[in-house]
Each structure stands twice: as structure tokens, then as C-alpha cells.
Design a protein around this ligand. Structure first.
Ligand code: SF4
Length: 636
């Protein structure tokens, strides 16, 4: 059956909203396939505004892969701003895709990529506008399968009631596999309806279907067990890992945004996974093992991506890009290739060592030396040991001295506040470090024109990390420490003006903490917040702590119990039945090591310390020089 575009109805509303361009689609490299020629149809959602969602790599990659698949189509949808939401409700316009403006409810799957838990209320808005029942249990045969992915899907329990399914890990292969399951089921005449389709997905062991698992609780509120309620559904659901990134060189045709977005560049992921072992870093833990893209593929992707998109900036992405085993050759090769052109290169993640400055110099050959960013994360040596961020003060000072003496004038330093075992003096150590950085810069250059910006984020303990058992610092403690730090920086006549200070108060971290380590009972809080008008919680101008606390009280959920409470070793955690590949015993041991200040090395270069990922997943670390060259290249 043909599905009509709703654009003519939307168009009448656009003059009345802010940034209407974000809703019109038609971007360079966007795709509209014939509806009736496809038998599997995906609506892919990034649950934030277009300006944040369009550059998202995960959605962009799946959009291309699914559209390349014969008989499958994929379109994109984003969260609409409250001004358009209000008009859509008044006029009865449903949630739509930006590609062909088709109603989201007409698709087979609504796939939602959650980078952060603060997008949960936007999911509810989209479902409601689409006319899809909020609760999975209320959905019928004509409703799409609502499927979550992205990092937050590693604990989807707080939104379990709103989801039909969730997928852990890399999406490339599993999205194709899901499409095939749906195609086959539809081809057979959809036997057994929605329930059988979900069973077929669940039986594979690679798709989590929350309704097929029951959660039992102890009288004190802790979870007793999570168990499948159907035969043939596995006890644990495993994550997906693409082992050879060279086989998946996406995006090939980068989407070029129509409106201003948060990143306007062509990004190539140069490797996936990280084994540095920073204990706070969920991304590093859940994306193990390390898998590098070869220098040849990186070179070809950059060349092709620029040609297809016209972007004049290329970002080499990963969790720690300077760690690619051939990054020196990649940097030099690309800098040579694009020297004298208007194409600039950037390396967003940086580590603290002199090699990095050489890289930064290569990358800035064609551009300005605007600023260098380092992330020591902890203000004191003791704190950095606890989080396993092996950066000494000497390393940092040596590195910034080199940077300043080579012409860089602006250094940004990232830290976290509220880390486990943190004391006031650990946070005040950030001020000492920043002052020493300025001092080193002044000595290296003989100039007082040296700047350093200190940015602080609130720490949130995350599932599948060694800190998953930790008690989160309450917001009063975080705010008090940040105030002390600010006073120490601002009150210093000699350095105060040279140091910029950026931070957020501690309240949003508490809500993020509730959603990160929550269980199914937290779903009632999310719903109550949404019903009370909660939208775009990742945006400080929309976020309301009071609204979240009122909703928690209404739902009978004790926020402290979920956030500031330290868990015991044997407590069943809401995500224990979801397998990120990490060995639980190893995570616990590493948590104990953290408290005693023990460090672990990067297993890329040192012997395996049995985190469990490689044997559990039947995978291995994949790094190492290919011996190949980035050349021959087309000189642009
Ligand atoms: S299993 Fe060993 S080699 Fe593999 S990621 Fe874990 S520690 Fe590293």
C-alpha cells in the first residue's frame, strides 16, 4: 500500500517555527527509495534535534547500509522542537521522516540510537506524536518494532517498558540480520503476528526483547533475578562486534546538513574499541577489543568522502586517535596530500605526550593553531591512579611546554568531579595543575599571552565498568568542590585571568546517574517527567532537576538508592543479563584495585590481563602496522 507524504501538512506549519530548514530533508547524499519496492522499512531516529542528530556516525552508517540492501529502505527522523510539537499536536500531524516525510508509524522498525540516557523523554514524544502506544505491551500488529541501540542500550532497563527490543554493540551486521528475519517472516505471511517476530529475534541470542524476561525483587528493593519467561530465549544476550572494519568502509556518501550542526566535517573512524582501561569510561569498556582500520582504507575513505560531500574538514575519530599504530604515517600522508588546499584535518581525541604535538603540528599544517586539548581527568596523581588514567604531572608539563614553545597558545584541559574516593584536595589539585601549565607556557615562550581553559564534567558511574558498583557523589558535594576550585582559580592575581573555567552544576549528573544504573522501576519516573512536559533533557535550558525529583517522588522511586548507594559484589545489577563481553569478576577486581590505587596497562602493548572480552567474544585485538603506504593518492 502506498504511504503518502505528510509534507503538504507540515509545510503549512514551518513558517511558524524556529529553524524550519531542519525538517525539510533533501540533503546531498540523502536517499529516498520507492516505498512499494521495499519489503523491510526502517525509520532511524536520533532522539535529539537535527543539529545534534545529523552528524551522528551510528545513524549515518546504518542509513547507508540499509539503503544499499536490496528490498530494504531506511529514512531518518529526529526529535522535533517543542514549538513544532505543539503545532503538530494541534493539527494532527504525525512524527515524520525527513527524507520522504512518511509517517513513522508506517515503518516496520523504529530504530533509535541512544548515545546518552538524556534522550529518553524525546523517545516518548516521538512515539506519542507517531501514534504508537508508549508501552510495548499496548502495541498492535500495525505498529513498528521499537528497537534501541547505541551505548545507552547496554542498560535499556529504565526504558524496557517502552521498547520492543534492543541491540548491543556494532550495528552493521545485526541490522542486516534483523532485516532478513523480518523479510522472511513477512514473506511467510507474518505467522504468529508481532509476538512470533519478536520470538524469532530473541531466539537468535543477539536481540534483547525485554518482555521475554521477568525481573524479581528482594523485599529490600534489590533485584533477586532476571530470568527468561519463555523457552528458547537465552539467559544472556550478547553484544555484536564487527571484526574487520575494512570490510565496512562507511559512510561512503556522507550526509551534508542543510542547517547548522554541531560538527560540520567528514569523519572517518580510524579504529573501534579502547584498551587503555580508564575505569570511568563506559565507551572504552563496551567497545573492546581494539580493531584498527588499515591505513589504506583510511586514505581511500578520506579521499572519497571529501569528493562525495565537499566538506573541507576531515576528522579522524576514535576513542583515542593518537593510539592508532600507524597514526604517524596517516597524519603525514594526509597532511602532504592536502597541503596548500582548503582541506583541514583534525584529531579530536588527544593523549598527553610529546608525540601528540608532532601529530598536532602535522594536522595543523593547513590550518590555524587554535588550541590543543588534553584530558588528565583527575586533578591529583592519586585520583588519576584511581581512575587508571596514567598521566603524571611531569608528562603534562613536558607536553604543554613543547606545545607552547612550538607556537600553540591555547590549551584545554578536561577533568571530572565527583570521582570515587575523591576528596576536596583532589579537585583543588586541578587549580595547581592549571597554574603550573600557565607557568610552563610563560617560561617556554617568554610571553604572558598564554591561555588555558579548564573544563569540568560531573562523573556518573556507568554499567559495565569497574565503577558500576560505586556510590555516586551527591550534587551538594560536587557543587561545593567546584565552588572551591572556582574561588581558587579566580582569586589568584597572577594566574586567574589566564585560566578559563567551564563547568556544570552537579544536578544533571544525578539524573543521568539514575537513568544509567536504573532498572525497570525507573520507567515510571521517565514517563511522569515526560507527562509533566520534560523534553530535551540534554539541553540545560530545557532540563529541570525539580521536575525529575517530583516525578521520582510520585513514582515512589528513591533517587539516592539508585545513585549515591555503593553496591555489594553479589548484588544482581539490572544489566547483568546483558553481555558486553567483560568478565564480571575482572570488573570487580579492577574496582578493588581502583580503591587501592592499583593500575593496569594497555593490553595492546602488554600481556592480556583477562578482562574476558577476547575469549568470550571469540575475538582478538587487531592492531599493527600493515606495512602499506597511504599513497598512491590523488593530489587534490
Ligand atoms: S581479553 Fe585480554 S587482550 Fe582482550 S581486551 Fe581483555 S585484557 Fe585485552
Amino acid at each position: 500500500m502506498p504511504v503518502e507524504s505528510i509534507f503538504h501538512r507540515l509545510e503549512a506549519l514551518l513558517p511558524k517555527v524556529q529553524k524550519p530548514i531542519q525538517y525539510v530533508g533533501g540533503e546531498l547524499n540523502s536517499t529516498v527509495k520507492d516505498w512499494d519496492s521495499a519489503d523491510v522499512r526502517w525509520a532511524l531516529m536520533y532522539p535529539d534535534a537535527y543539529e545534534v542528530g545529523l552528524p551522528n556516525q551510528g545513524v549515518a552508517i546504518l542509513y547507508e547500509i540499509l539503503n544499499e540492501l536490496p528490498g530494504t529502505l531506511a529514512e531518518r527522523t529526529y526529535a522535533v522542537w517543542p514549538d513544532l510539537e505543539e503545532l503538530m499536536r494541534a493539527e494532527g500531524v504525525p512524527q515524520f521522516t525527513v527524507d520522504a516525510h512518511r509517517p513513522v508509524r508506517a515503518f516496520d522498525v523504529l530504530g533509535v540510537s541512544f548515545s546518552t540516557e538524556l534522550g529518553y523523554t524525546n523517545l516518548l514524544t516521538a512515539l506519542d506524536l507517531a501514534g504508537i502506544p508508549l508501552l510495548a505491551a499496548d502495541r498492535g500488529e500495525d505498529d513498528p518494532i521499537v528497537l534501541a541501540g547505541g551505548h545507552a542500550a547496554f542498560n535499556p532497563e529504565p526504558i524496557a517498558d517502552f521498547l520492543d527490543a534492543a541491540v548491543l554493540g556494532d550495528g552493521e551486521q545485526i541490522s542486516i540480520a534483523i532485516s532478513e528475519v523480518i523479510r522472511e517472516w513477512k514473506g511467510e505471511g507474518s505467522p504468529g503476528g508481532r509476538d512470533e517476530l519478536l520470538m524469532r529475534l530473541a531466539e537468535s541470542g543477539g536481540v534483547y526483547v525485554p518482555r521475554f524476561y521477568d525481573v524479581e525483587y528482594h523485599p529490600d528493593g534489590r533485584i533477586k533475578r532476571v530470568a527468561p519467561n519463555r523457552a528458547d530465549v537465552p539467559w544472556r544476550v550478547h553484544k555484536h562486534t564487527v571484526m574487520d572494519l575494512d570490510e565496512w568502509p562507511y559512510p561512503k556518501k556522507p550526509l551534508v546538513p542543510l542547517a547548522e550542526t554541531v560538527h560540520e566535517r567528514f569523519s572517518v573512524e580510524i579504529f573501534r574499541g579502547c584498551t587503555r582501561g580508564c575505569r570511568f569510561c563506559q565507551a572504552g569498556m563496551i567497545t573492546r577489543p581494539v580493531r584498527e582500520r588499515s591505513i589504506t582504507t583510511i586514505g581511500a575513505m578520506v579521499e572519497n568522502g571529501i569528493k562525495e560531500s565537499g566538506f573541507n574538514e576531515v576528522g579522524l575519530l576514535s576513542l583515542s586517535s593518537a593510539d592508532h599504530s600507524e597514526i604517524g604515517e596517516v597524519a603525514k600522508g594526509l597532511a602532504d596530500r592536502y597541503e596548500g588546499t582548503n582541506t583541514s584535518l583534525s584529531l579530536p581525541s588527544t593523549r598527553v605526550d610529546a608525540f601528540n604535538i608532532d601529530l598536532a603540528n602535522e594536522f595543523s599544517r593547513n590550518g590555524r593553531r587554535s588550541g590543543l586539548t588534553f584530558a588528565p581527568e583527575g586533578g591529583s596523581e592519586r585520583m588519576r591512579k584511581v581512575i587508571n588514567k596514567m598521566v603524571t604531572e611531569e608528562d603534562l608539563i613536558r607536553t604543554v611546554t613543547t606545545a607552547y614553545s612550538q607556537g600553540w597558545r591555547q590549551v584545554k584541559l578536561y577533568f571530572m568531579c565527583g570521582l570515587p574516593t575523591e576528596q576536596d584536595e583532589d579537585v583543588l589539585g586541578i587549580a595547581d595543575l592549571a597554574k603550573k601549565v600557565i607557568q610552563a607556557g610563560r617560561e617556554a615562550t617568554g610571553s604572558r599571552d598564554i591561555r588555558c581553559t579548564v573544563s569540568i564534567g560531573g562523573f556518573v558511574p556507568k554499567p559495565h565498568t569497574p565503577f558500576q558498583w560505586a556510590g555516586q557523589a551527591d550534587h551538594e558535594t560536587v557543587d561545593r568542590r567546584l565552588k572551591q576550585l572556582r574561588d581558587s582559580l579566580r582569586g589568584d592575581k597572577n594566574y586567574g585571568r589566564a585560566i578559563g573555567f567551564r563547568y556544570h552544576d552537579g544536578k544533571p549528573s544525578i539524573v543521568e546517574g539514575l537513568l544509567s544504573r536504573g532498572d525497570r522501576r525507573v520507567g515510571a519516573v521517565i514517563r511522569a517527567v515526560w507527562e509533566d512536559g520534560g523534553r530535551f533533557d540534554g539541553w540545560s535550558e530545557h532540563f529541570s532537576y525539580e521536575r525529575w525529583m517530583a516525578a521520582a517522588e510520585k513514582a515512589g522511586v528513591d533517587v539516592d538508592w539508585y545513585t549515591t548507594r555503593e553496591r555489594e559484589e553479589n548484588e544482581v545489577l539490572p544489566w547483568d543479563h546483558l553481555d558486553a563481553g567483560l568478565d564480571r569478576e575482572w570488573l570487580w577486581q579492577d574496582w578493588q584495585e581502583a580503591v587501592s590505587g592499583g593500575e593496569v596497562e594497555d593490553c595492546r602493548w602488554t600481556p592480556c590481563y583477562d578482562c574476558g572480552v577476547c575469549p568470550t567474544m571469540g575475538t582478538e585485538i587487531q592492531i599493527g602496522p600493515t606495512g602499506r603506504k597511504l599513497l598512491p593518492l590523488t593530489v587534490v
